[in-house]
Write a protein that binds this ligand. Structure first.
Ligand code: AHR
Length: 552
């Protein structure tokens, strides 16, 4: 086994909420204040005997912060089949590829407009030495974190940047603070970004890329409180200052505009250990001098339930469905808690809270290498993703970036592959449906969601966000958590003269429905009738569904 129970804190799992923490929504009055939707839950109405009628209000003339497209970011670590097989098959493969990168995966990722990809880890990043991944032949090393397998280094700097170019995403590069040096990281950034004819730039050119690369984001270490070197906050802070000072981006196009954003390691939970970490970094930030700076503070929070991960990712029932959604809603408390600390030292919200590892973490699939973190992806995961994206959107003033773990074949993936086969997961479809929310403007709303109760678990029945895109079109994303009952939405629309509405919904026969290589279309979006009647939006939401509606 790659992990023992005592290593659980390495993975940032101290934050796992007890099963009965209150939901993130709190009292109805607070919900109303926060969300601005007004949902009145009344009894059943014919002809949908089991349906719940919900009245909802949106005022499109009111604007909140921008929902940064980077909250839809991805994470691709050298772990299991995330990179090798998932992205990289090599130029000689019979699987259709462009310079070794599989075409089917690129095409699928382009469709969800991936804004950025975090690479090469994770824990892997703090053992990664970039020189092993350039030139020919490549140095063959090991991957001690993830199964102890051979790391061929076939995917290195150039292959990763080519992949980003093919999918149209920005680079979020995590440099090695744990076992590397500031000099190693500084030289990597010079290699990547300088336009001047230095020895490193000439080497980059000889390796096929004469021009400088654009690096959007720099991660300074990963989980430095555990797998990244088990540092104290003060020790990490001293490292952070050094890396922030010396690891420079020289790309001429990124000096005045489009500057690389530096992201410090932040908390992995809500306990004192983590609040102290955030306090330490943010207090230092408040007093920082010209010689160092940060633009983001990372936060990791998986929905895992218990450690080691032992909940099944497939073949589960409504109890586990309700439990996991309950667990995941604790994300709101966590974001709120760390945002409040950040507000003390950075009231202008210059530093983003970057949730760069999140998602569901289940038991490894039977028969898989436990170090490869292979799991299925069900309708439950789609709903879990929507709930988290909604939380990030509601905190858009502080949460300006997030990266789901992980993009392909690992944890809560967008895509699963098996040799030449590829299947898109329910989570993928949520990302696709949410594309219009990228860089949209949050519409502040209030609502009372009602409740769904399963045994001793109580959840909000409905969750919703609204936003305006650049053309002024209004978008609503509404999740019906209730696995059994239809919700009839009647939305009062202020601030917009609504003429028409269109919707897409994602649901499936069961809470544990999945897409497989043999049956890839079980959980797929389909259009849903949405009407404007007397200026109101009227739509019926299937049980256990995610629906996105546009109103013009
Ligand atoms: O995503 C898997 C691992 O979880 C990452 O490598 C690490 O940062 C986290 O603990």
């Amino acid at each position: 086994m790659f992990l023992s129970p005592t290593e659980s804190s390495t993975l940032g799992l101290n934050f796992v909420p007890p099963p009965m923490v209150p939901t993130h929504l709190g009292a109805p009055a607070i919900r109303a204040l926060l969300f601005g939707f007004i949902l009145v839950v009344s009894g059943a109405s014919a002809p949908l005997a089991n349906a719940q009628k919900v009245e909802l209000s949106v005022d499109a003339s009111k604007s909140g912060p921008k929902i940064d497209r980077n909250i839809f970011g991805q994470f691709a670590e050298h772990l299991g089949h995330g990179i090798y097989e998932g992205i990289w098959v090599g130029p000689d493969s019979t699987i259709p590829n462009t310079r070794g990168i599989r075409n089917d995966v690129v095409q699928a990722l382009r469709a969800i407009r991936v804004p950025n990809v975090r690479w090469p880890g994770g824990c892997f990043a703090d053992e990664y030495h970039w020189r092993n991944g350039i030139g020919n032949p490549r140095t063959v090393t090991l991957n001690p974190n993830w199964g102890g397998v051979i790391e061929p280094n076939s995917v290195g700097t150039h292959e990763f940047m080519d992949f980003l170019d093919q999918i149209g995403a920005e680079a979020y590069v995590s440099v090695n603070v744990g076992s590397g040096t500031p000099r190693e990281a500084a030289e990597w950034l010079e290699y990547l970004t300088t336009a001047q004819p230095t020895t490193l730039a000439k080497e980059r050119s000889a390796n096929g890329h004469p021009g400088p690369y654009k690096i959007g984001f720099l991660g300074i270490g990963n989980e430095s409180w555990d797998c990244g070197g088990n540092m104290t906050p003060d020790y990490y802070l001293s490292q952070l200052k050094i890396y922030s000072r010396f690891v420079r981006n020289f790309n001429p196009a990124q000096q005045d505009k489009q500057q690389m954003l530096k992201i410090a390691v932040g908390p992995g939970g809500g306990e004192t250990r983590w609040t102290e970490w955030t306090e330490t970094i943010m207090k230092a930030y408040q007093q920082h001098t010209w010689s160092w700076d940060i633009n983001g503070l990372s936060m990791h929070s998986y929905t895992v339930g218990k450690w080691p991960p032992s909940y099944a990712s497939e073949n589960f029932g409504e109890t586990e469905y309700s439990q996991f959604l309950k667990f995941t809603l604790a994300m709101d408390d966590l974001v709120t808690k760390h945002s409040a600390i950040m507000d003390k030292y950075d009231p202008e919200k210059k530093v983003a809270l970057v949730v760069d590892e999140w998602g569901a973490w289940y038991a490894p699939l039977p028969g898989s290498n436990p170090g490869f973190l292979v799991q299925q992806n069900s309708l439950r995961d789609a709903i879990l993703a929507a709930l988290n994206l909604n939380i990030f959107a509601r905190h858009a003033d502080r949460v300006r970036m997030a990266n789901i773990a992980q993009m392909i074949n690992v944890l809560q993936a967008m895509i699963l592959t098996d040799k030449e086969k590829m299947v898109l997961t329910p989570t993928y479809y949520v990302y696709k449906m949410y594309v219009p929310f990228q860089d949209s403007t949050f519409v502040p709303v209030t609502f009372d969601a009602g409740t769904h109760t399963h045994g001793d678990i109580t959840l909000p029945r409905v969750d919703a966000i609204a936003a305006k895109d650049a053309t002024g079109k209004l978008w609503l994303a509404i999740t019906n958590i209730d696995p059994d009952r239809v919700v009839e939405i009647e939305a009062n629309l202020a601030g917009i003269t609504a003429k028409s509405a269109m919707g897409e919904t994602l649901t499936a026969p069961k809470v544990d429905s999945v897409n497989t290589f043999g049956a890839p279309n079980t959980v797929m979006p389909k259009s849903v009738p949405a009407n404007i009647q007397g200026g109101k939006l009227v739509v019926k939401l299937d049980p256990k569904s995610v629906t996105v509606i546009s109103v013009e």
